[in-house]
Design a protein around this ligand. Sequence first.
Ligand SMILES: Nc1nc2c(ncn2[C@@H]2O[C@H](COP(=O)(O)OP(=O)(O)OP(=O)(O)O)[C@@H](O)[C@H]2O)c(=O)[nH]1
Ligand SMILES: [Mg+2]
Ligand SMILES: [Zn+2]
Length: 297
Amino acid sequence: MAGTATAYPATGKGTNCLICNTTNLAGAVLCSECSAPMALVHDSLAQDREPQIVSVIGESNVGKTVYLGFLLDMLSQRAGEFEAIPKGAYSIDLQQSVIAHMARRSFPPKTPMEANRWYWAYYQVRQPEISNKWADLVMPDMAGESLAAEVASPETFRVIRGLLSQSAGLLLLVDAGRAANCAADPDFFGLKMLSYIDALHGPGRDARVSTPTAVVLCKSDYCPECFDNPREFVSANMNRLWNLCQSRFDNVEFFACSVVGSLAYATSPDLEYVIPVPLHTALRGVLEPFEWVLSQL
Ligand SMILES: Nc1nc2c(ncn2[C@@H]2O[C@H](COP(=O)(O)OP(=O)(O)OP(=O)(O)O)[C@@H](O)[C@H]2O)c(=O)[nH]1
Ligand SMILES: [Mg+2]
Ligand SMILES: [Zn+2]
């Protein structure tokens, strides 16, 4: 977690934040302006390579934390012939939390809105089979409600604006289960998110957004037909989002993903709602969108 990032000894010189460029006192753990961990800066200086930000975005409850946790864990287990090295112990906290929860047959908790409580991962990644070039990736686990607040009222969350304007790659997660049930909100949220990103790249500009953007249909276990043709699913069930992708985004690809094999539902006399219980993990389509984004960087 950001709050557990290493404190660095004061050297008398300030350090510029990687995300918002504010100068912070040497020794600061979090940026005073945007709450990004200052360890990112120190780790990237040690690396001597420009880090690239890959952002996982989407509305609250879409599955960002679960997705990112499993993705990082797959990378560190060398899935897809990836070699991945976490830079700093703080980079491991998210995957550890997700794996620990799922092992206890529960989903991880909702991400808090406050940026100083988010998990950040800084990973060095390469696929030696394809290229020996390393990519240094910064991947924060943002809260859906904070993203919604920033999109509704830009500049509310400077850290989000900083992250999205600098992102080299985007993974937009959308809830396929709800879209398949004719809910319009996943379509509207995706539309808002991408129009925010379009505007960030320069309002009124004619050029289209070139940032590689993977649209990931989460919870596709609810509608397995997504795996056959995610592109067709988005064009049929999330037509507003599809149209914006076609007219403003130059480099978009569509994917389906699911992390659970089977779910049970539980409640208790003192609860007014039902909780989904993941009976077993079955990862499908987690690596593919990431692999595609990486190949486009
Ligand atoms: N069926 C199914 N449910 C899933 C899957 N992934 C996530 N979920 C459900 O979605 C819920 C939310 O997942 P999170 O990863 O916490 O969602 P989030 O996008 O991080 O939400 P915020 O932290 O509020 O932004 C989980 O508690 C599960 O109930 C999946 O692959 N299949
Ligand atoms: Mg979350
Ligand atoms: Zn900052």
